[in-house]
Design a binder for this molecule. Structure first.
Ligand code: ADP
Ligand code: MG
Length: 471
């Protein structure tokens, strides 16, 4: 063991207790880990001080620090406690920077980070302000099930023959359900089939920023117009709900839309909700967004979730058993991004501890992760929390009083009921003491408007959402 330690490239020159404790810990960890990961996450660290109850480790940059803290800190703490015989607080600090800190790789949140290539070698940076089409989002890697079948089929049809059958396609659905994935899959397929085509891919937010810049710099006005109205064969706009409340951008987008539509080009949009439900969107845009095919994506069913976990595990070369895939799929039900998060965590733990992914191990490793899963929110819990936070009675909210404070609490809780549960407007009206659905619609609209203009409402709503979903 000693031989191994002294050959360690980061053997410390500090006081011998500092040096030996850290090296001892490394010596325990290394054999349990995949060598590439060990050198990636542990070797860049230096131990700079050890006291009776703490150890201070220096990281060369925030990326390594954050990743380390999220994935390895717990285990390192256990190993250190085991070595010294009592708990040690581990603090990771940043080394004084010599140069600017290296960038996060853009796909930091995906399983790609488990590959052995060095972070620094993939810094192919996107042109300013514009994401390139992420290459990993293809049809091959998209798992199809009843929840997303329609959207996937439509996306493939569009990718095969852009600008023909469904020259406008709108994909809508909740967070982390694969909208961006499908949008990019269309882009990637078109780029590879027609390399000379102009494929424009951006979020509505980026569209807005670019447009505003072009207005400020008068010369760019024409080049902006050409770029999106003429010099574009397929326009892919992600998250069009962000057009909400941006009047001038909406006006410009309206003209872009018409120009492309009239010249038979392809437009694909995604949104986190149905166009009718996007607040602050001009009617003429709403109508146009509904001219084409509208396909929704729902949260995947158990079988689909299971297949997704298995496919992602294969791609990441983390072999998992059927049992483990089922456990993850049964416990994480809300969105695919969280499924991926669980798998990333699990594989990091397994590598670190040199353990195979048994069901027992999976349960343990995902313990806190699963505790953070948003609980199912009910209208009753919304009423209770809102009443207590806004200092009114639940019975008043359900009743007919129109006192300002009560009416406000009623609107907030109706809004939350619409957003956090899957109840319809009439359902919500009934649960609020038999109110008409139009009252609920008006309340939701009112709060949506306040959320854009009133910071007190934003804070209240944010706090309630946090409490209710325990995130
Ligand atoms: P959205 O844009 O709807 O918020 P994304 O497209 O960003 O969601 O998807 C979140 C993550 O989940 C991505 O890494 C994506 O690859 C993955 N994902 C979502 N749906 C699927 C699916 N059906 N098959 C494989 N991966 C999926
Ligand atoms: Mg998205």
């Amino acid at each position: 063991m000693h031989k191994h330690m002294s050959s360690h490239p980061h053997a410390q020159s500090g006081p011998s207790s500092t040096e030996s404790l850290w090296n001892l810990a490394l010596a325990r960890i290394e054999p349990k880990m995949n060598p590439a990961n060990f050198s990636r996450w542990f070797l860049p660290l230096r131990c700079i001080d050890v006291t009776n109850d703490s150890i201070i480790i220096e990281s060369p940059n925030t990326f390594i620090k954050d990743w380390f803290e999220a994935n390895f800190l717990k285990d390192l703490t256990l190993i250190l406690a085991d070595i010294v015989g009592h708990p040690l607080k581990v603090r990771i600090v940043l080394a004084p920077s010599k140069t600017t800190s290296p960038q996060h790789p853009s796909h930091q949140s995906t399983l790609a980070t488990t590959s052995t290539s060095r972070t620094r070698s993939r810094s192919a940076s996107p042109p300013a302000g514009r994401p390139p089409l992420p290459a990993r989002y293809t049809f091959d890697t998209f798992v199809v099930g009843p929840s997303n079948q329609l959207a996937q089929t439509a996306a493939q049809a569009v990718a095969q023959e852009p600008g023909s059958r469904y020259n406008i396609l709108l994909i809508y659905g909740g967070v982390g359900l694969g909208k961006t994935h499908l949008l990019c899959a269309i882009g990637n397929k078109v780029v590879s089939a027609h390399p000379q085509w102009k494929v424009r891919y951006l979020t509505a937010d980026q569209f807005s920023t670019e447009f505003v810049k072009s207005v400020m710099k008068n010369d760019d006005r024409d080049s902006f117009r050409n770029k999106y109205r003429k010099d574009c064969d397929i326009l892919l706009v992600d998250d069009i709900q962000f057009l909400a409340g941006k009047d001038r951008t909406q006006d410009e987008f309206f003209h872009v839309f018409n120009a492309l539509y009239e010249s038979g080009k392809q437009i694909v949009l995604t949104s986190d909700r149905f166009p009718q439900e996007i607040p602050g969107l001009e009617d003429r845009l709403r109508t146009r967004f509904q001219w084409g095919l509208i396909a929704d994506i729902k949260p995947p069913e158990l079988e689909t979730r299971k297949t997704i976990v298995q496919r992602k595990a294969e791609l990441a070369q983390v072999p998992i058993s059927e049992e483990v895939a089922t456990f993850i799929a049964e416990n994480i039900t809300d969105n695919v991004r969280r499924l991926e998060g669980a798998l990333i965590r699990l594989s990091a733990y397994a590598r670190l501890q040199g353990q195979s992914l048994t069901l027992e191990f999976t349960r343990e490793a995902l313990d806190d992760f699963l505790k953070k899963a948003p609980s199912t929110v009910t209208i009753d819990s919304i009423l209770k929390e809102t009443a207590s936070q806004l200092d009114v009675k639940v019975s008043d909210i359900k009743g007919k009083r129109r006192h300002k404070k009560v009416a406000y609490a009623r609107q907030v809780s109706m809004y939350l009921s619409r957003k956090l549960t899957d109840k319809s407007y009439p359902d919500i009206g009934r649960a609020f003491g038999g109110k008409d659905h139009s009252t609920v619609v008006a309340a939701v609209k009112k709060i949506e408007k306040l959320l854009t203009e009133d910071s007190a409402t934003r804070t209240s709503v944010d706090m309630l959402v946090k409490k209710l979903t325990r995130q």
